[in-house]
Design a protein around this ligand. Structure first.
Ligand code: IVH
Length: 494
């Protein structure tokens, strides 16, 4: 195309356009990696968008220059008819799950007995609670991604995983880490807890069924035939194992593997560690159990792997599991308990939330006595009653959730619960809004007034010290505060 062509308003020659496109792609890949893989952004979102939009405009003007690994090609936009079946390059075997410390010690003894001449070390890292996937890169380009399926073959979810920004469409070519001809890597797709909560809030607004946990939400988002939906769900992937590599630099240990994966631009767990003994593994297990709530994503244990790859080959696999690794799980954060009663809370916006009062149970070190039942629709879907035996889950810092009904408890009499017709606090007739029940009384309703005053005095707003839940409760109940404005005329005596 000649300079000054109307399709090319910048007046660049085709050569110059090609160069500019290549430059933009390199820049965008660099910043995607800094932001999504390393969590260390170097430019603002606005600056990133400007580069992206410039590339998009050039590719629109020169469609023949679009390549499948261009950063613009993450969302193909095509709705698929179904997922193709894809055989794995190497079988995706699963790990033996263990919660008992003695069994972990026996594992270590077996490993050391089978390797009399080497002193094995262990690579330990979080056990991500998500969806296991295999990604294949051919000549550095992401060519296909499959779910684990039956371990031999899985569902081809390539288009969906391409929308995940932490997954490079093309491997980085670095000194000392040349791109292999074929690389098959295993990793876990996850949904961060904050994205899970956001998704459930949106689903709740739309009156749709909620996801029970981030793992289900992640699996549901990857198994979407419309990649645009997956793209909106903002998933993430951590890679942790090399299934096959042709033409790659030699790797002797799991640390070598991790280093190379990192060099190629793949996201690996920063929490991984090398342990010289099984006691260090126990210490790591305790440490990660303590850090579990602050990671921002769910883990359900740690994975312990013999680090030396030659030792792994020597140990081999049983019919089902490798002898060189295991999943050392945490105590589950799920418990069965009984719904003793259901009460209704009125929030700041007037929404009535049914809350289950539970037979108290300990879940992951915390005693849980209440759980949200969300709204009328969710209660109906799960068919919940007073007196039911239910399964309760506590994830991260999220309010505990009743995920399913098991059956009648047999001890507390079964009783159907109806959402009230009137606000339990002010008595105003309730209005129905989709799955929600709402008190329309605004600040005339003491519950909403308390919520508003508390919110007004909170750290995010005016940050009024001493104005906590109790003080607000007393001020409103006594009638001293009938509106937010009354706060300013309160005297010290009052
Ligand atoms: S290593 C030979 N590392 O947990 C298997 N697996 O059965 C090598 N998982 O679905 C797997 N986090 O996909 C490994 N950091 C991690 C992991 C991990 C989660 C999954 C794995 C499998 C299950 C164990």
């Amino acid at each position: 195309m000649a300079a000054g062509d109307p399709l090319n308003p910048n007046g660049m020659t085709r050569d110059q356009v090609e160069q500019r496109i290549e430059h933009l792609r390199t820049e965008l890949r660099h910043h995607e990696h800094a932001y999504y893989v390393l969590d260390r952004p170097e430019i603002s979102d606005v600056a990133y968008d400007a580069l992206f939009n410039e590339l998009l405009a050039l590719e629109r003007a020169f469609p023949d220059l679009v390549t499948p690994d261009s950063p613009t090609q993450r969302v193909g936009g095509e709705v698929l008819p179904s997922f193709p079946e894809i055989p794995h390059l190497a079988p995706m075997i699963s790990l033996e799950s263990i919660t008992d410390e003695d069994e972990v010690r026996r594992f270590d003894e077996r490993v050391r007995k089978a390797l009399p001449t080497v002193r094995p070390s262990y690579l330990v890292e979080p056990k991500f609670d998500g969806l296991s996937i295999e990604a294949v890169y051919e000549d550095g380009q992401l060519s296909r991604v499959a779910t684990r399926g039956d371990g031999e073959r899985g569902e081809g979810v390539t288009e969906n995983v391409k929308t995940i920004r932490s997954v490079p469409l093309r491997l980085h070519d670095r000194p000392g880490a040349p791109v292999p001809a074929v690389l098959s890597v295993r990793g876990e797709a996850i949904m961060h807890v904050k994205d899970f909560e956001r998704l459930n809030r949106e689903l709740e607004q739309e009156g749709k069924p909620l996801f029970a946990n981030p793992r289900n939400a992640c699996a549901g988002s990857i198994r979407q035939l419309d990649p645009r939906i997956t793209a909106r769900r903002r998933l993430d992937v951590f890679f942790y194992d090399v299934l096959a590599a042709e033409g790659a630099p030699a790797m002797a240990t799991a640390l070598d593997q991790r280093r190379l994966l990192g060099e190629w631009g793949l996201r690996v767990a920063p929490e991984a560690r090398q342990c010289a003994s099984i006691d260090e593994v126990f210490a790591y297990h305790r440490e990660m159990e303590g850090r579990r709530d602050s990671l921002g994503y769910e883990i359900d244990g740690i994975v312990v792997k013999v680090s030396e790859l030659a030792a792994r080959r020597q140990l081999g696999t049983t019919a089902r599991h490798p002898r060189w690794a295991l999943a050392f799980k945490f105590a589950p954060r799920e418990q069965e308990t009984i719904i003793r009663n259901i009460v209704v809370q009125v929030g700041r916006t007037g929404v009535l939330t049914p809350v289950a009062e539970l037979e108290p149970v300990e879940i992951g070190g915390v005693t849980v006595g209440r759980a949200t039942l969300h709204n009328r629709e969710e209660m109906r879907r799960k068919d919940l009653h007073i007196g039911d035996r239910v399964r309760v889950v506590r994830a991260g810092d999220v309010i505990p959730d009743v995920v399913e009904r098991i059956g009648p408890s047999g001890s507390v009499p079964e009783q159907t619960f109806q959402m009230p017709d009137r606000c339990p606090v002010c008595g105003a007739p309730v209005v129905h809004e989709g799955p929600f029940d709402r008190c329309p009384n605004g600040l005339e309703c003491p519950a909403q007034l308390k919520g508003a005053v508390e919110h007004f005095g909170s750290r995010e707003a005016l940050d009024i010290r001493g104005l906590g839940e109790r003080t607000v409760g007393e001020l409103v109940s006594s009638g001293l505060v009938k509106s937010v404005a009354d706060l300013f005329t309160l005297t010290i005596d009052q």
